[in-house]
Design a protein around this ligand. Structure first.
Ligand SMILES: [Zn+2]
Length: 96
């Protein structure tokens, strides 16, 4: 039986990153997460401030992806359910 060692080596060396994002600071989808909503007061300030975080997240993730990293983003609200978090991690690691 022939084993493709190069393929195995590449699979195992592929860098992987897991980001755990706070729903407010990283603006989780407002349709699904109440913590991703902007405060009602001073909303222009918060929109500008938090939008910079969202843009930075997208830039960092795009740069890592371009370098061959696999990225998983886990939202703070997802960490409250042990089953959900285990499934997200299992899917991510199994797909490697
Ligand atoms: Zn959330």
């Amino acid at each position: 039986m022939r084993v493709d060692l190069h393929h195995l080596a590449v699979q195992h060396l592929e860098p992987q990153g897991v980001f755990v994002h706070g729903c407010f600071w990283h603006q989780h989808d407002k349709e699904h997460c109440l913590d991703g909503r902007l405060p009602k007061s001073n909303s222009e300030y918060w929109h500008a401030k938090l939008n910079r975080n969202v843009e930075r997240d997208a830039k960092v993730q795009a740069e890592l992806s371009a370098l061959g990293w696999r990225i998983l983003v886990i939202w703070e609200c997802e960490t409250k359910d042990e089953f959900v978090i285990k499934e997200r991690l299992r899917e991510f690691l199994d797909a490697a």
